[in-house]
Design a protein around this ligand. Structure first.
Ligand SMILES: Cc1cc2nc3c(=O)[nH]c(=O)nc-3n(C[C@H](O)[C@H](O)[C@H](O)COP(=O)(O)O)c2cc1C
Length: 347
């Protein structure tokens, strides 16, 4: 195995180990969901049972407006995690964001594992994932990425923007010259919808506007307040004790509300993520304008502690609570469940 591939495997293993704990959480910055509470509507005329969460994900019907965020890929443990998550996605009928396909691009013998993941996920949406650095690196060889996409019949592709993580990583990528044309080229060439996400530092309105002009189909804000990827890399790098960037980033709620207010917002799928670890925060994200929400570390922790059955119970439990919240706010449909069901409790 090439040195870069073995380093990548080791890095992914360490990411999982660190993220199984709460140590990489933001220290003092929060998501912003705590600033809102629900307006109780005593005169509800909603029948609890009529509330339905079925949603569209780029042409496929899913059971809930929720997806498992991209987590890891390539290491043996990562491979196991993705197979278990594929099982959860298939049982729940929700999309699964795969972890980075970088390892798969460099190691064709990994194809078999990808085929297993597709088989386990059944017909549920599977979303490929690569970082900004690989989108630049492979801009003249999109065919290599399309080969993987065709192999496992990806439904969409997520590119993660992670300049903070790279900056904090030992030998991380700190040159993103040419990223915008590379994204535009990727969007034109890959043949499936492209979503852009951060990894916990958030997407600003300015970035969202630029992304729209590049033709992306979705934005996952992956904002601050949940997992700090500066924190993860600082924890991995024993030589770096400088924590000044640990809490860097735009809180999830400020990304979500500002992008939702954009004139051309309806032209994209808007996904809320970054520190969404409870039903109430998921519900608030939907009321604040997200088409769906997503979660990473909470899902990983639940999986590692209690296996696939606990992940399935967690997500179904969240939507039982969200159904109750909709009932208590007089919202029959997700369309009706908008910002009017919330009030601000703090500035
Ligand atoms: C163990 C682990 C591995 C991750 N690997 C990836 C990855 O390969 N690609 C990616 O786009 N995001 C990756 N992420 C970032 C998440 O998708 C997510 O954006 C981030 O953790 C913030 O969400 P959270 O607060 O719910 O954890 C990873 C997250 C975890 C916990």
């Amino acid at each position: 195995m090439a040195k870069s591939s073995s380093e990548l495997k080791q890095r992914k293993k360490e990411h999982i180990e660190i993220c199984e704990t709460d140590t990489p959480a933001f220290k003092s910055k929060t998501t912003g969901f705590e600033k809102y509470d629900f307006v109780h509507y005593a005169l509800t005329e909603v029948a609890l049972d009529e509330i339905c969460f079925a949603a569209d994900f780029f042409g496929k019907e899913i059971n809930y407006p929720f997806m498992i965020s991209c987590m890891t890929g390539g290491a043996d443990e990562a491979n196991n995690v993705n197979k278990k998550l594929a099982f959860c996605a298939s049982e729940l009928k929700i999309p699964l964001g795969l972890g980075s396909l970088r390892y798969a691009l460099e190691n064709p013998e990994y194809d078999e594992n990808l085929l297993d993941i597709r088989q386990i996920a059944g017909g549920q949406p599977l979303i490929g994932n690569l970082g900004a650095a690989q989108i630049i690196q492979y801009q003249n060889n999109i065919a290599a990425i399309r080969r993987l996409s065709d192999l496992i019949k990806l439904d969409a592709f997520i590119i993660h923007l992670n300049p903070l993580q790279e900056l904090m990583q030992k030998s991380g990528e700190t040159n993103f010259k040419g990223l915008k044309p590379a994204i535009k080229n990727f969007v034109c060439e890959i043949g499936i919808p492209v979503i852009i996400k951060e990894v916990g530092a958030g997407i600003s309105v300015r970035v969202a506007e630029e992304l729209l002009s590049l033709g992306v189909a979705g934005i996952d804000v992956a904002g601050a307040g949940g997992t700090s990827w500066a924190g993860v890399e600082i924890l991995r790098n024993k030589d770096n004790k400088n924590t000044e960037f640990w809490d860097w980033g735009l809180p999830t709620v400020s990304c979500l509300t500002s992008i939702n207010a954009m004139d051309n917002r309806d032209s994209i799928k808007l996904i809320a993520s970054g520190g969404i670890n409870t039903a109430f925060d998921g519900a608030k994200s939907l009321a604040l304008g997200a088409d769906m929400f997503a979660s990473a570390r909470k899902i990983l922790q639940t999986l590692q502690q209690g296996g696939v059955s606990n992940v399935i119970s967690l997500v179904t439990g969240w939507f039982t609570s969200i159904r109750n919240i909709m009932f208590l706010t007089g919202s029959r449909t997700l369309k009706q469940f908008d910002a009017s069901v919330l009030y601000r409790v703090k500035e």
